[in-house]
Design a binder for this molecule. Sequence first.
Ligand SMILES: Nc1ncnc2c1ncn2[C@@H]1O[C@H](COP(=O)(O)OP(=O)(O)OP(=O)(O)O)[C@@H](O)[C@H]1O
Ligand code: SF4
Ligand SMILES: [Mg+2]
Length: 352
Amino acid sequence: MTTIQKVSAVPSPRDAGEDGGPLLEVRDLHVEFHTRDGVVKAVNGVNYSVNAGETLAVLGESGSGKSVTAQAIMGILDMPPAKIPQGEIRFRGQDMLTMSAEERRKIRGRRISMIFQDALSSLNPVLSVGYQLGEMFRVHQGLSKKEAKTRAVELMDRVKIPAAKARVDDYPHQFSGGMRQRIMIAMALALEPDLIIADEPTTALDVTVQAQVMDLLAELQREYNMGLILITHDLGVVADVADKIAVMYAGRIVEQAPVHDLYKRPAHPYTRGLLDSIPRLDHKGQELFAIKGLPPNLLRIPSGCAFNPRCPKAQDICRTQIPELEPVTERDGSELPGRAAACHFWKETIHG
Ligand SMILES: Nc1ncnc2c1ncn2[C@@H]1O[C@H](COP(=O)(O)OP(=O)(O)OP(=O)(O)O)[C@@H](O)[C@H]1O
Ligand code: SF4
Ligand SMILES: [Mg+2]
């Protein structure tokens, strides 16, 4: 199910609660699902942060916990079956997990918004896109129908929908997939949030349209100086737009790094596997590498490092001790800013 999350009615000033720290900081977040088969440990101690004007890409195979983490941030997990036994989700320094429901609603509606993968099922098929965009302004800002429609056209222009004025009364099915996704971006932008979380926003689109939509998101993010979290399982899609990347495996961050550093010199064997499995134009004819095996069953996560059954570098310690996320340094111990990895043998991977 795809939808856009906008719930608050009370706008708060953009700089309220500013403490100089990150815009959003997730600390040691755990999420589990209590099911008939047992406890699914979907998120097992995630830490990441994003600043205003910064794009964080969250990367990982299917089932690694990317969306569940985002849903916890947005407060849209069904509890039960979900449970958050531990962790903090700080927005401008304030933990959203412990604040009042009213305060939470203000942030999660007005200041953080979310874009999902499939625009068609997010939009109401029997209402015009102009009406649905205008609703944001009518409901949240009390604008009249006419004013709201004018703002809807402005937003459609903003996300580069050709002939916006002429098309404002068209219905969702009259737009292509790429244009519908632009409309979803417009909705997410409507109240000028501080942070947008985009969960696989281009996966349903073909490759050329994917790049256009991604470029548009990046452009708007710069223009509005927003934080952007881009969730993807495709490293190729985010390479040009992200500042930094967090790689997830079995509900943990296993590596984080500035985007270009990660490409040039991965420190975790899983990241290396992901990079080696991207088709490259300059390696024509070369056989693609695939990471062997399957992601773990989250009802029974392997002991030690969760990646050990698939890891070409695994040794005995990997089967018993969970590696902590620790700073990655140069061979001489000098700092590599923004870099960390959770692997007992990251030195061998990065320094060869
Ligand atoms: N309501 C639920 N009940 C039980 N398990 C759930 C529920 N929602 C999610 N999960 C499990 O949590 C794990 C993480 O799911 P999540 O959707 O975060 O993965 P993802 O990294 O976003 O994957 P994808 O790339 O496929 O979107 C999965 O194993 C999923 O089956
Ligand atoms: S800790 Fe061991 S199993 Fe895990 S990624 Fe590193 S080498 Fe591989
Ligand atoms: Mg997902």
